[in-house]
Design a binder for this molecule. Structure first.
Ligand SMILES: C[S@@+](CC[C@H](N)C(=O)[O-])C[C@H]1O[C@@H](n2cnc3c(N)ncnc32)[C@H](O)[C@@H]1O
Length: 307
């Protein structure tokens, strides 16, 4: 049908295009601008963050050190931490893809009074108002502007190889863990567990559907043989680790107590008739779980150093 036809770029050509550096920068820039006016609007990210804090009781962030994993193209979540009074926000990513200048769009497309209303339960209202006015007054967004707000961008950095930066009171990620290659997950989580200060909270929002078929067939990728589902596909479409296995992997981290603070299921689309044997799961509910929030707390202990 002509009306529904869309051009398909062969994967081999896509790979060549991705590797072309100037083109990659341009594509990243375009994506950052689109996201800043969409899901990375400051009011949208404030709402997402507030939902996490509300369900976990992880606030307040006043005076705290925050560590973000896989921050992406638009650093709106870091601005939310700043608005909530975090003293230092270390924003990391495996690839240096952030475009700080797009934060002006994330602010200008947002309702700032809505941002204030959404975040008010988690911070002092007058301080929040003053910080928000400070952000609205910024003329030019770049990494130096962010540094003055206490936001440090570090990329590329691969935390599956360890972390030499400061420990954090609050570690968080949005739609990142599902992109990590399966054989790197435990090393990454061990680093994150070690980086969490006693009494600290760690929140991860993980999206478990096929990222290339979210609307059409989000669970069919569970049938693909592991031999043909390598690192590139794990990164692109999702690593296929199911909810029960995230819980198991987090439970192995010493000194942490972990719960899922939400778990939504995809019930309107079929499961494939066969599931690749490499995918560990506890049954249909587990396979159908499409979004989870993972919350870990490092139990404060007198035996542990506090800094
Ligand atoms: C879907 S984007 C999400 C970006 C951002 N968190 C957001 O909410 O817009 C996935 C992010 O995960 C990062 N990522 C992928 N693999 C990673 C890894 N092994 N360690 C850290 N970050 C990773 C990517 O670079 C990218 O920034």
């Amino acid at each position: 049908m002509v009306g529904t036809w869309s051009p398909r770029i062969p994967n081999s050509l896509k790979d060549v295009l991705r590797r072309a550096a100037p083109l990659r920068v341009a594509v990243n820039q375009y994506r950052a601008h689109r996201l800043a006016a969409g899901p990375k609007r400051l009011d949208a990210c404030a709402a997402q963050f507030a939902m996490n804090l509300h369900l976990t009781g992880a606030a307040p962030l006043e005076g705290k050190v925050c560590l973000e994993i896989g921050a992406g193209w638009v650093l709106s979540h870091a601005l939310v931490c700043h608005l909530l009074g975090a003293q230092r926000i270390i924003v990391t990513d495996l690839s240096a893809i952030a475009h700080p200048q797009t934060l002006s769009k994330a602010l200008s497309t947002s309702s700032l009074s809505l941002v204030r209303d959404i975040l008010a339960p988690f911070s002092d209202h007058s301080d929040l108002r003053a910080r928000l006015e400070g952000l609205a007054a910024v003329q030019s967004w770049d990494f130096e502007t962010l540094r003055r707000l206490g936001i440090e961008y570090q990329a590329p950095v691969d935390l599956s190889h360890g972390w030499s930066g400061p420990k954090a009171d609050f570690i968080y990620s949005f739609s990142v863990l599902e992109h990590v290659a399966v054989d790197e997950i435990d090393a990454l989580l061990a680093t994150l567990g070690d980086a969490l200060l006693p009494g600290g909270h760690m929140l991860h929002n993980v999206h478990l559907e096929d990222h290339k078929a979210i609307a059409s067939d989000p669970l069919r990728f569970l049938q693909e043989p592991s031999a043909s589902y390598g690192r590139a596909l794990q990164n692109d479409r999702g690593n296929r680790v199911r909810s029960s296995q995230w819980q198991r992997r987090f439970d192995q981290l010493p000194g942490l107590s972990t719960d899922l603070f939400y778990a939504w299921q995809r019930l309107d689309k079929p499961l494939p008739s066969t599931i690749d044997p490499s995918i560990e799961h506890t049954g249909e509910d587990d396979l159908r779980t499409s979004h989870i929030g993972i919350h870990s707390v490092r139990v404060a202990s007198d035996a542990e150093p506090t800094a």
